[in-house]
Design a protein around this ligand. Structure first.
Ligand SMILES: Nc1ncnc2c1ncn2[C@@H]1O[C@H](COP(=O)(O)OP(=O)(O)OP(=O)(O)O)[C@@H](O)[C@H]1O
Length: 693
């Protein structure tokens, strides 16, 4: 059987619900993208089956003895694709994150970028690269990463075929020329989309939130759901609360039972981690009892998954979300409302790009359920309705431009990467590399941008100067080389600004002051913050910092994060932290984890900078942040997997530090310790004498 037939057989087996290919998929196959070895950009609307097209090419390549990398912008998409593609393993295709041990490796952009800099042997084994959400090449943070990784790939290994899966782009031909790719563009959507502008008058509403309630009441009658995009986390919560109060009365009994079950699942999460629910959890559960959920990055990951799964099952009426939901999470809804189309930028309030509007609207219409999808904007009056209609319905999406030169840190990282990898060792080589990027292509090929040509040289030369001045790269008789500090930065994803701040700290700090170091870490741009919910709580943050000799004038989210982490390593729960400082404490664990990784990076910087003597204190601080514990129970939480800080503290409070003579029966009397955990603790005590504490 030829590989195309064998591939189709595998697809049929893994996707039994797909009876026939849709028009976009047929057009792609008809154009021969499976046969020839050319690069391709497949530009098809959201949720219209691009993944399947990528997968078909991947399977065919693997059946022909090749290896494939499938690269995605976000870890959440990576996890989703690995879960979806795992079923291929029943056909002997290994799927995983590591290209060395997988026929089909799913990697995030950053990991793929590092692969192109340091792992050429692995790269040489690859035959096909699939770039999912390729339109993000125009995005400020991740765009330069994938743009430069592809540039390196095309120069290091032009044999590797590239298939880019993209939303529809305005300047597709320009990008295709850079990528040396053929274009398959199709406007097929599995569910036709009606994009409309409604006015408050039409809905007989005084303001937008009231209009949203009316649209929802209609949707409930038709057993449909609504997804509402707003611009901030707080707006998702205030809108969800407002709507849930308005529809409280007209929820049938059996529906309310379903909502209550979903609310219980949400409250189960903090319970499992042994801490009472945070205010945000309680607020979320109360909204869900009325069928309305809010969704934003400040929630626990597990909470977001529950909301997404239950919405897909039809067990929620409505989700209010920030645009982060737009990327990657496959969560369509029959109706999408984009309530906030104004974003606050440094230049003041601006209408969101048409491209973003298209991405959010594209979520309307569920392939398996709806025969039509609706996307609404709500205008205050007919004049605004006319403007919105002109701009969004009849307007064109913006061209996708490279953000490489705008993102200074990306330029630094790429220069360091090129020099560290030995790919460029002089300014001319580096300028040539940047000319090969999409930015360079736009500069040279676009007549009205050629005036910026010397701008590129200026940018690269000034960046090289900056990196030499900061001893990240250095000139040698053999050309530019990365210093040990530069090599450290090149293999990390941390920004150059963070690296320089931490090196300055390493050389300035005589003694390690745990709390001051936490505050310094929180001030670095790579540290995710724990944000205030409202302006309240500032005094308690200021007092907490003062307790540890940190005196600040302005108290912002950075200070709130430092105070929260100080509480965290003193074994406070997210609930206590949230109430003490009035912050979104659900992100405490993630912030604590990232802080522990930054301390690890700081320790490495100390070593390459020749600052010794802090290792043990830094190891202790890393563990305290990672586990959320005081120093005395670090050996216990590290030594007994999954014991956790709550149960470890209970053990020590009950039996003291010496557990050697405590029997398994006595251990099992501790709340939360069953036979397996008791055995694991005994196993651990055999390995450790009491002197460890
Ligand atoms: N021919 C088809 N018939 C029915 N369902 C399909 C078909 N092709 C793909 N699907 C399903 O439609 C859903 C959306 O497909 P897919 O995720 O590939 O779209 P996409 O264009 O990659 O979306 P996104 O832009 O969000 O990445 C998936 O559940 C997929 O399995």
């Amino acid at each position: 059987m030829n590989t195309e037939k064998a591939m189709m057989k595998i697809i049929k087996d893994c996707y039994p619900f797909i009876e026939k290919l849709n028009p976009a998929q047929k057009a792609a196959i008809k154009q021969g993208y499976l046969e020839d070895q050319h690069n391709y950009i497949l530009a098809i609307p959201t949720a219209s089956g691009k993944t399947l097209l990528g997968l078909m090419a991947a399977i065919k390549t693997i059946l022909e003895g090749g290896k494939v990398i499938y690269t995605v912008p976000l870890i959440s998409i990576q996890n989703e694709k690995i879960k979806e593609f795992k079923k291929l393993e029943s056909h002997g295709i290994t799927v995983g994150k590591d290209p060395r041990s997988s026929d089909l490796a799913i990697m995030v952009f950053e990991s793929f970028d590092i692969l192109t800099r340091f792992s050429w042997n692995t790269l040489n084994e690859i035959d096909l690269l699939i770039v999912d959400e390729f339109h993000m090449i125009g995005e400020y943070t991740r765009g330069p990463t994938i743009e430069c990784a592809i540039t390196r790939l095309m120069s290091l290994n032009p044999r590797i075929r590239i298939i880019a899966l993209s939303a529809t782009l305005r300047n597709l031909e320009e990008i295709a020329t850079w990528l040396n790719a053929k274009v398959i563009q199709h406007d097929y959507r599995p569910v036709p989309l009606y994009k409309e502008i409604l006015t408050l008058e039409m809905l007989n509403a005084r303001e937008k939130n009231e209009a949203i309630v009316k649209i929802l009441q209609e949707a409930i009658k038709d057993e449909n759901q609504i997804l509402v995009f707003v611009s901030t986390r707080r707006f998702t919560e205030t809108l969800a609360t407002f709507v849930s109060q308005k529809i409280h009365k007209n929820i049938p009994k059996e529906t309310r039972e379903i909502f209550n079950e979903v609310a219980d699942k949400i409250l189960e999460i903090p319970k499992k981690s042994g801490s009472p629910p945070t205010f945000t959890c309680l607020k979320l559960a109360n909204c869900i009892k009325e069928g309305v959920a809010f969704h934003h990055a400040g929630l626990f990951t597990r909470q977001r998954e529950i909301i997404e799964d239950e919405f897909r099952k039809g067990n929620l009426y409505m989700i209010t979300a920030t645009p982060s939901l737009m990327y990657g999470v496959n969560l369509p809804s029959q109706t999408v409302i984009i309530r906030d189309y104004i974003r606050w930028t440094r230049q003041g309030p601006k209408w969101i790009p048409v491209f973003d509007y298209e991405q959010m609207s594209g979520r309307a219409g569920r392939p398996q359920y709806d025969n039509v999808g609706y996307s609404y904007l709500i205008a205050k009056n007919p004049e605004e309705a006319y403007q919105l209609e002109e701009y969004y319905i009849h307007g064109e999406i913006e061209p996708t431009n490279s953000k490489l030169i705008e993102n200074k840190d990306a330029v630094y990282h790429q220069i360091i990467g090129q020099v560290a990898a030995g790919l460029s060792d002089n300014p001319e080589d580096l300028i040539e590399f940047f000319k090969q990027t999409f930015y360079g292509h736009q500069l040279t090929k676009n007549p009205n941008m050629s005036i910026f040509d010397d701008n590129l040289e200026y940018e690269i030369n000034s960046s090289i100067e900056f990196l030499i001045k900061n001893e990240i790269i250095k000139p040698t008789p053999a050309g530019l080389r990365a210093t040990p500090f530069g090599l450290l930065i090149a293999s990390s994803n941390y920004s150059v600004e963070t690296s320089i701040k931490l090196r300055h700290l390493a050389t300035e700090m005589d003694e390690i002051d745990t709390y001051k170091l936490i505050y310094e870490i929180c001030k670095t741009p790579d540290m995710p913050i724990i944000s205030f919910k409202t302006r309240k709580g500032k005094d308690s943050v200021r007092e907490k910092l003062q307790e540890h000799g940190i005196f600040v004038m302005d108290v912002g989210n950075i200070e709130a994060t430092a105070a929260s982490l100080i509480e965290w390593i003193n074994e406070r729960s997210e609930y206590e932290i949230e109430n003490l400082f009035n912050v979104y404490a659900a992100s405490t664990r993630r912030a604590a984890y990232e802080a522990s990784q930054l301390i690890k990076f700081f320790k490495e910087i100390c070593e390459v900078t020749g600052v010794y003597g802090h290792s043990q204190k830094l190891d202790i601080l890393m563990a305290r942040l990672y586990y959320g514990v005081k120093a005395d129970i670090i050996p216990l939480v590290v030594g007994v997997k999954r014991l956790g800080r709550i149960r470890a503290r209970r053990l020590v409070k009950t039996f003291g530090y010496d557990l050697e003579n405590v029997s398994e029966d006595e251990l099992r009397r501790i709340d939360g310790i069953g036979p397996r955990m008791a055995a694991a603790i005994k196993e651990y005590t055999k390995r450790y004498t009491k002197s460890t504490f």
